[in-house]
Design a protein around this ligand. Structure first.
Ligand code: CAA
Length: 295
């Protein structure tokens, strides 16, 4: 059965090479997924060669771990590694037909990235953004062809979370949307089409949950009590472990975005900003043992 709002699958364009802009943790996680599930070349770019090399080495390490666990054969281990490459030359994106960005969550940065890459792309290439809630329509205003832009929002940890939010803007065309739905299916994820509103669907809910958890602490409820209440309620992960997983800076940014969009409904968290700046892991904090980390 076709998912609600999905166009005819026959409109989907083939994807024979994937381009990824941004070599951070999230991008590295989905680079591995693309290469495993689509079995096509995946090229990653970022501002400098150092970041790109680090990401490629990290993904190679994850492939080695999969081989050690017997989840991929030795042959596949070598093949997957060979399919991943890094570059700082945008010309290497010329033959990519699916390009997804996961750079810093700031509208201006993302617009700049799209403005710079578009002249290097084939006219048929589809562009996707992994933004967790910024306006995709506003991002598309930087493009010559905003109709080929779609939201494609992964969740942490990418390997196990089953959902992708496919975000349709008023300008996204049917071929682009159909391609995104096909890619999600090929990645063996469940895709839900959402509107281009702040936080789409899932982060609206998570921002409420995590914002309220931080707010409870800021109002004096001990960390441990919030953790225990959520654990006993049956959530798969306590809110502070989840914030650690998402990244405190990202989490704080998501809360800010929601607060800016609807100040009457969402809290920003001063404490979360402070902890993010200090590089404290909330999980340790909740156990009363604050521990500095490199974020
Ligand atoms: N990377 C890769 N695989 C992982 C993993 C990770 N970080 N964490 C767990 N797994 C795998 C395990 O290897 C295991 O796989 P197998 O069964 O094949 O061995 C499987 O997941 C289950 O692991 P566990 O039994 O150890 O753990 P669990 O039952 O507690 O489940 C979880 C782990 C699925 C992550 C669960 O805790 C959960 O659902 N947590 C909530 C995560 C969530 O809400 N994510 C959304 C964050 S918001 C976001 O990312 C978007 C944004 O825009 C900010």
């Amino acid at each position: 059965k076709r998912p609600a709002g999905a166009p005819d699958e026959a409109l989907a364009k083939p994807v024979s090479k994937v381009g990824i802009i941004g070599a951070g943790l999230m991008a590295s996680q989905f680079a591995l997924l693309f290469v495993r599930r689509l079995q096509v070349p995946v090229v990653i770019t970022d501002l400098d060669q150092g970041r790109v090399d680090k990401a490629v080495a990290g993904i190679h390490g994850e492939i080695d771990k999969l081989a050690d666990k017997g989840r991929v054969s030795t042959d596949e281990q070598q093949r997957l590694k060979a399919l991943i490459s890094g570059t700082v030359d945008k010309a290497d994106f010329a033959d990519c037909d699916w390009v997804i960005e996961a750079v810093f969550e700031e509208l201006g940065v993302k617009q700049q990235v799209f403005r710079e890459i578009e002249p290097h792309l084939s006219p048929e290439a589809v562009l996707a953004t992994n933004t967790s809630g910024l306006s995709i329509e506003a991002m598309g205003s930087a493009l010559q062809h905003p109709e080929r832009l779609v939201g494609f929002h992964f969740f942490n940890p990418v390997a196990v979370m089953p959902l992708i939010e496919v975000v349709k803007t008023p300008t996204t065309d049917d071929a682009t949307l159909a391609t995104a739905m096909r890619v999600a299916k090929d990645l063996k994820k469940n895709a839900v089409i959402t509107r281009d509103t702040p936080g789409f669907v899932v982060n609206r809910i998570l921002a409420k949950l995590l914002g309220e958890a931080m707010h409870a602490v800021e109002q004096g409820t001990p960390f441990e009590d919030v953790v225990e209440a959520q654990r006993a309620f049956g959530f798969p992960m306590d809110p502070f472990v989840l914030l650690d997983l998402v990244g405190l800076k990202v989490g704080a940014h998501v809360l800010d975005t929601h607060h800016a969009a609807a100040p009457d409904r969402f809290f920003e968290s001063k404490a979360l900003h402070e902890l993010a700046e200090a590089g404290i892991l909330l999980e340790k904090d909740a156990k009363g043992e604050p521990k500095g980390i490199d974020k």
